[in-house]
Design a protein around this ligand. Structure first.
Ligand SMILES: Nc1ncnc2c1ncn2[C@@H]1O[C@H](COP(=O)(O)OP(=O)(O)OP(=O)(O)O)[C@@H](O)[C@H]1O
Ligand SMILES: [Mg+2]
Length: 424
């Protein structure tokens, strides 16, 4: 079969690799891909936002299945458009994608279905958000509060303010930061404390299959310092959640969510990503994402032993096929992101990357490309903020981390930044 993957980052590189490993796939195509993806898939120059172009391409080229990497295409309704043309596609509908594309939609949904989450208020203007704070909805002027833009903001729309003055500043700057559309509504949230964990699942209606729990590192600097990034690294490890905690999350968050979607007429199909805070009062849901995370995907998929196509068949619209029993490689995994100089504020591009060859034969290592280009045949150059995701599996977390760092140590480019404390 011919599979089309939509997107161009490390996540999509990992998805393409999983499809390449499938015994059922004869050709992997990727729109629009990157230099690393081009090694294993045929890249086609159609942007993930060009929904009409993608539909046209998939039908003209007899694509058997399309897999959507990122939220932008989903929020634009790519799944509805493909299905209207009878094309098989993996991902939630435009309506279901609001679970991610609108924070207020998600919070109202959680409230309707008793999913444990932070107390919140949705404000329809910056001034009403400020009034809500001043009226003491989230404690006094010394209380922390979280300020979120309602719409998609590529990770830039959330400010965890340590006091009211910071929160007011964040409210007033939000439109400049993320654009007027994404900041049209502002969600204020009670600040929760605890350890964060991400739990992803394959889902179709009330059926689901969980992936190994993961934790990512969002800040650029070691010890979680400095500005937020798209993600500097991630691990999967069973110690992130005890079986008791996992069971609790399934009963209080996963099942009510999937049942709620069915009850409201939009059965969820595709990848559902839960961002969870393990608070003293139990697990609370921070957010839904409606797709794979980046770089969580890289660390998750290197452990997937079941054919991804078989899992996808169970997520297709209209199927009553159940999920196959999913086999994960035992142990742990780690992904260390190598970023360019100046990332995240002003990433420098165009630097030659050396050492990639020497990682290609290291056992249990996959180097996923995020922002690379091949300016000269055989030579890779940096082409974005996050450049590579060096990903390794191991019998335990220490082993996965040491293998990933060993491989990362073979790669270099001018100004390369990476965190040495991933998984710590
Ligand atoms: N209520 C809260 N209390 C404390 N911290 C929070 C709260 N909500 C969000 N955060 C912090 O802010 C981060 C980003 O929040 P959230 O996941 O809602 O935003 P996002 O921009 O959609 O993230 P992503 O890019 O991962 O999809 C969380 O990972 C968490 O660290
Ligand atoms: Mg999100």
């Amino acid at each position: 079969m011919k599979v089309l993957v939509v997107g161009s980052g490390g996540r999509e590189h990992a998805i393409c690799q999983s499809f390449r490993r499938s015994g059922k796939v004869t050709q992997v195509l990727c729109a629009n891909g990157n230099a690393g993806i081009a090694e294993i898939a045929e890249c086609v120059p159609i942007k993930p936002t060009d929904i009409a172009g993608l539909v046209e391409f998939a039908s003209r080229n007899a694509i058997d299945m399309t897999f959507v990497g990122g939220e932008t295409s989903l929020a634009l309704g790519i799944v509805d458009e493909f299905e209207a043309r009878g094309l098989k596609i993996i991902g939630p509908s435009k309506h279901a994608s609001q679970m991610e594309s609108s924070k207020s939609f998600a919070k109202d949904f959680m409230a309707r279905h008793n999913v444990p989450t932070a107390k919140y208020v949705t404000a329809h203007s910056p001034s009403s958000a400020v009034r809500s704070l001043e009226s003491g909805d989230f404690g006094d002027e010394n209380s922390p509060v979280v300020v979120k833009a309602d719409g998609l903001a590529a990770g830039k729309g959330v400010v965890v303010a340590t006091n009211r003055a910071e929160a007011v500043a964040a409210i007033n700057e939000m439109a400049d930061l993320v654009g007027a559309d994404a900041a049209e509504k502002i969600v204020l949230e009670e600040c929760l404390f605890g350890k964060e964990v991400s739990l992803l699942m394959f889902a179709n209606g009330e059926d689901f299959a969980l992936m190994p729990p993961t934790r990512d590192h969002k800040r650029i600097g070691e010890g979680d310092t400095g500005p937020n990034t798209g993600g500097m690294g991630t691990i999967t490890d069973s110690s992130l959640l005890t079986s008791q905690e996992l069971e609790n999350i399934v009963e209080t968050i996963v099942r009510p969510t999937l049942r709620g979607c069915v009850a409201e007429g939009f059965p969820f199909r595709g990848i559902l990503f839960l961002g969870i805070m393990m608070t003293a009062a139990g697990p609370k849901l921070l957010e839904y994402n409606v797709r794979f995370g980046d770089p969580e995907t890289q660390a998750i998929l290197v452990r997937l032993e079941t054919d991804l196509v078989d899992i996808c068949e169970a997520m297709v619209g209209g199927t009553s096929q159940e999920f196959p029993e999913i086999k994960w490689r035992p142990g742990s995994s780690a992904c260390v992101v190598l970023a360019s100089q100046g990332y995240p504020s002003a990433p420098k591009t165009g630097d030659m990357i050396s050492g990639l060859d020497s990682t290609s034969h290291v056992p249990n290592v996959s180097v996923f490309h995020a922002g690379t280009s091949m300016l000269v045949p055989g030579e890779y150059y940096t082409a974005g903020g996050r450049v590579l995701g060096v990903t390794a599996t191991g019998e335990n977390l220490d082993e996965a981390l040491s293998v990933a760092y060993e491989a990362a140590g073979k790669i270099s480019f001018d100004g390369m930044q990476f965190r040495r404390d991933i998984g710590k």
